[in-house]
Design a protein around this ligand. Sequence first.
Ligand SMILES: NC(=O)c1ccc[n+]([C@@H]2O[C@H](COP(=O)([O-])OP(=O)(O)OC[C@H]3O[C@@H](n4cnc5c(N)ncnc54)[C@H](OP(=O)(O)O)[C@@H]3O)[C@@H](O)[C@H]2O)c1
Length: 245
Amino acid sequence: MLADTIALVTGANKGLGLATARQLAERGLTVLLGSRDADRGAQAAATLATDGIKVRPVRIDVTDDASVRQAAELIEREHGRLDVLVNNAGVLRRKAPTEVTADDLRPEFETNVFGVVRVVHAMLPLLRRSKAARIVNVSSDSAVFAKATEDGSMFARSHDSFAYSATKAAVNMLTVKYANAFADDPELAHIKVNAVTPGYVATDLNGFKGARSTDEGARAAVYWATVGDDGGTGGFYDESGRMPW
Ligand SMILES: NC(=O)c1ccc[n+]([C@@H]2O[C@H](COP(=O)([O-])OP(=O)(O)OC[C@H]3O[C@@H](n4cnc5c(N)ncnc54)[C@H](OP(=O)(O)O)[C@@H]3O)[C@@H](O)[C@H]2O)c1
């Protein structure tokens, strides 16, 4: 994949999104660095520029219809299509299940789930025009039922990720449903959709407690963002391979 491959990474002003944007640009893709705050996006692009990596900051708040529409219009104007979409923007708000109200769930679902659908829906006309489009949804180990139900596992004990884990499980199902629908439509069959988990990565999201670096965590997203036509669709992967659901 070369400079004529246009990639958008949401939530790329820091953390895993920034590392993903960096690695995609290092591979020669034209990278649109999504940030909900224009200044933070410009700052992140400037940081990459000091390492000789050129990306284009694009303002996109995945919870805001107008912002997402404007980002799609900008990409349409400047590139006419989109080849790679990494739905990376995400939030985690810790609260025990016994305390969580229905309203508490809304911000995480708005960003992590509705945000994915909002962006995919807005970008679909642009992805349609790609020869080989890739969508990568950034999910989480905490969405894995096999882990959450395993006696004594840290995922069975992390009660305060109640809402977050539910959002990422929803993202996994959206991934499968998009992948199946696209695969069955001759006009969309060129769009592969996969979910990835970065592992436990040191970022703002977890107070930098994660054991892995953002460069390590970004690898699965970068792999599936640039996978060839022989790569699968509708799967869930970490850096080492297929994840259980
Ligand atoms: N870190 C981990 O161990 C881990 C594990 C599994 C999955 N993940 C997933 O990896 C992704 C990236 O997280 P991270 O760990 O890199 O966290 P992070 O450093 O907190 O980065 C999150 C990014 O999402 C952006 N964002 C939040 N709300 C947004 C919105 N409404 N519109 C656009 N952007 C928005 C943030 O922008 P602001 O700077 O403006 O807030 C930031 O750029 C998330 O989907 C997360 O769930 C992380």
